[in-house]
Structure formats: C-alpha cells, structure tokens
Design a binder for this molecule. Structure first.
Ligand SMILES: Cc1ncc(COP(=O)(O)O)c(C=O)c1O
Length: 378
C-alpha cells in the first residue's frame, strides 16, 4: 500500500482540474497576446479565470496577478514594496518560508531597508503585541510580512488582529497564504490586506502557477520586464493551462470548503488520537485546535522510533511524509523553524499533511507501520 501524507509539500492534481486544462494544451494553443481568434480565445479564458478567482476573494479582477508560483508572488510583493512604495522597515518573523526570509536577506543587503523579526512562542505564535509596539516606535513607512499558516508546524496567524494593528499604524501588510489559500475563506477587503501570495499546487491545482493579490490602492511597478502581460505588471507569455487549472481548483475548493475541511479535520484528529493512545511518548509541535492549520500535524517522536531513519523507514513502508518542509534536509537541525522553536534535537519531528483524497484507511495503515517500527526497535 502507498500512502501520500505530504500534501503541504504539494497535492495531487484533481482530475476535474486536469480535464479543464487539457483543451488549452491541445485545441486552444494560441498566444493570449495574439489578436487573431486563437489568441482571443485564450485571452478571454484567462480573464474569465481572473474574474472567478477575484469573486471568491471579494477582490476586483484588476487586483489579481497570476505568477509562476508562490515564491515569485512573495518576491514581487516584498521587493516591489521596497522599490516603489518607500518602505524603509520590514517586520516579519524568523519562521517564515525561505521565499520570504531569503528575499528579506537580499533586500537588507542591497537596499536601504531594515528588517525586524518578531518574537515567536514555542508553539510558533508570533508576538503581535510586539508588532504593535514596534510599529508605534517607527516613523518611516513599514511593510509587515507574516505567513497565514506555518508550513512546517501549521500554527496560524491571527490575521484579523495582525491586519487591524497594521491598519492602525498605516503599515502595508503582506501575507504568504500559500498553505491556507483555498482551504480557508479569505476576504481581502474585510481584512485590509495589501498583498497576498498563493500557489495552485497546494490545493489540487497544477505546479508552476501562483497568484499575487495586490490591493488596488497600492501602486507598484513591474517585477518582470518585457511584454505587457498581466496588465503590464508581469511580462512573459501566460501559463494559460496553469491559470485555467488555478481557477478550476480554486472554484472546486471554494464551493466545497466546509465539506473538505470536515473530512480532513477528521483524518487529523483520528491520527492524533491514535498516536496519543498507542505512543504516549509522542508530542505535537505547534498550536492545536482552531489555531492550527487543519491539513498539518507535526509530530515529535522520541529516540526509540529510530529518529535518524524514521522518514527513510516510513518511505520504505510506502508512506510519504516529510521532516519539515519539502526543502528541509530531513533533520530537525536542518529546519530553521524547529531551530527557532528550540526543539529537542534528540527527538525527530515528522510533518504529516493531509488532503481530501486521503482516507481513514491511510491513517490506520500509518499507525500500523509505526507500531511495527517501535516493536522492531524494542
Ligand atoms: C508557506 C509557503 N510559502 C511559499 C511557498 C513556495 O511556493 P511555490 O512552491 O509555489 O513557490 C511554499 C511552498 O512550500 C510554502 O509552503
């Protein structure tokens, strides 16, 4: 049996999404910038997709920019804010994704901007009182960049409070919503978000397509220069099938959000309960309940699970999961998130992440494999 429990790294594409994309590989292959019928057909499909996405976000179509991935969306928001909006201070957290952290390193190195990192609790909660105080003490223009949910441990940001604080101090607010987009309802108007990043492959869409929402009042210049695609904001021939896939996957997710959520939450609590019952020494990283992303369960295993070989052994048994993020080396020492949370280095953290395509049989199989592994170790 093969079980895929690494959906925070990427999700399998939904067949319905692939079916919606296929005609744009075969019949509708025009360049959306061409003025003939092939081009016009593709251009219209992109604009239809943009409208659909905007509606679900309570945004206007002119605020939606398709990108190549979440990484590009994060880079665009942060780098353009410094270049075009007079931002002199950026406030973020040390447990953001590297697409944010390395962009901040680059900005600090090459631009006249200071980056501040907020304190983070042991469970990954960002100190929003400190954010308030910091913004109060800075007179220059600030950008705050905080992820909606941490991709390794699943701890969620109180988006409402964070955006309220930013609004109060007239600071720009960017959120990396790559792990939550299409899993939670997001109303960009209500929350006063200036920039929001998303990526289709985290919600059963294709890889290679992302989105940056830019509030209509925020005027930045292009990140990529060249053609006039994406209303001059992002040059390059559009990934048309990707964009169609993004919109279709988002449509399915938005229309069935509570049903999908109930199913995935059931899987997560099934695994958590079985781990508590059968392995009393197991601990959980991050927050729990409403403050935890329902697609992620980060588990800290004691040494007797064969720490170093745990992921390898699970893989041999047909279970795919991850040691943190897909980009980390598979050891806690390799994870900047675990390092900041002061995780016990003798324990091994494994991220199990679920999707609506997982079943309770998958969870039972995982638990049976873990039982077997512990029996062998003992
Ligand atoms: C929180 C977060 N931000 C950004 C990214 C990067 O997204 P992409 O793979 O689309 O570049 C990821 C992907 O793992 C992520 O989890």
């Amino acid at each position: 049996m093969k079980v895929y429990l690494d959906n925070a790294a990427t999700t399998p594409i939904d067949k319905e999404v692939l079916d919606a994309m296929m005609p744009y590989f075969t019949e509708h292959y025009g360049n959306p910038s061409s003025i003939h019928s092939y081009g016009r057909k593709c251009k219209a499909a992109i604009e239809e997709s943009r409208k659909k996405v905007a509606n679900f976000l309570n945004a206007s179509s002119s605020e939606i920019f398709f990108t190549s991935c979440g990484t590009e969306a994060n880079n665009t928001a942060l780098k353009c804010a410094v270049r075009d909006l007079g931002v002199k201070h950026i406030i973020s957290s040390p447990i953001e994704h590297h697409a944010v952290l390395y962009s901040l390193d680059c900005l600090q190195e090459h631009h006249d901007v200071k980056v501040h990192y907020l304190n983070v609790s042991k469970t990954g909660e960002v100190d929003l009182d400190q954010l308030d105080q910091l913004l109060n003490s800075i007179n220059d223009k600030c950008l705050v960049s905080l992820m909606h949910a941490n991709n390794e441990i699943g701890t969620m940001l109180d988006l409402e409070r964070a955006t309220e604080i930013c609004s109060k101090h007239d600071a720009y607010f960017h959120t990396d919503a790559v792990q939550t987009f299409a899993h939670y309802p997001i109303d960009v108007q209500k929350l006063k978000i200036h920039f929001l990043s998303a990526s289709a492959h985290k919600f059963h869409g294709p890889k290679g397509v992302g989105l940056l929402y830019i509030n209509g009042d925020v005027k930045i210049k292009p990140f990529l220069h060249g053609g006039s695609q994406e209303r001059n904001m992002r040059a390059g021939t559009e990934n048309i099938y990707g964009i169609i896939g993004f919109a279709k996957a988002f449509e399915i997710a938005s229309e069935h959000m509570s049903e999908h959520r109930a199913h995935v939450e059931g899987l997560k609590s099934n695994l958590k309960n079985q781990l508590i019952t059968f392995f009393p020494d197991v601990e959980f990283n991050g927050e729990s309940g409403e403050k935890s992303l329902y697609t992620v369960l980060s588990v800290s295993f004691p040494k007797d699970f064969g720490s170093d070989l745990l992921l390898f052994n699970l893989d041999i048994e047909g279970i795919s999961c991850s040691g943190g993020s897909a980009c980390s080396s598979g050891t806690d020492a390799g994870s900047h998130v675990m390092k900041h949370l002061n995780a016990d280095p003798s324990r091994k953290s494994v991220r199990f992440s679920f999707s609506r395509f997982n079943t309770n049989e998958d969870i039972d199989f995982l638990v049976s494999v873990l039982k077997k592994m512990v029996a062998v170790e003992v």
